[in-house]
Design a protein around this ligand. Sequence first.
Ligand code: NI
Length: 161
Amino acid sequence: MAIRKIVVLGEDDILRKHARLVEKFDRRLHTLLDDMAETMYEANGVGLAAPQVGILKRAVVIDVEDDHGLIELINPVIVEQSGSVVDAEGCLSVPDRRGTVERPEKVTVVGQDRHGEPLRIEAEGLLARCLCHEIDHLDGVVYTDKMIEDVTDRAPAQDGQ
Ligand code: NI
């Protein structure tokens, strides 16, 4: 495993591109996922999307320190959502900033695991927020695009995604 460089917003337009569907569930993908998890933990983040390490593939890793542990999600799609919550979030590609964003309270996401097997995750709270945030990254969307209010001065930067 290896720590990869996290792309910072404004430094590289890869964060603004649509990531491609993953079709090969091979060793190369597994190395990418291993590296993404290591990079996320090293940065004290709760989520990381492949474009954030310069790879335009629809792959994300998430760990919000709940019962799910480390989640690896390939080709994720939100198939159901309900409710709405405004809360603060941060992003490893927008260092030292926090902002409030409206997100669904609950989401159901389908995708695949690292072997291509189907995965379905029902989530609420921070995990739902994180799933939405990471899936946005796969479509070139950064949370600051949807930010209601910059709360950097009120909430210390933490839980980057
Ligand atoms: Ni992010």
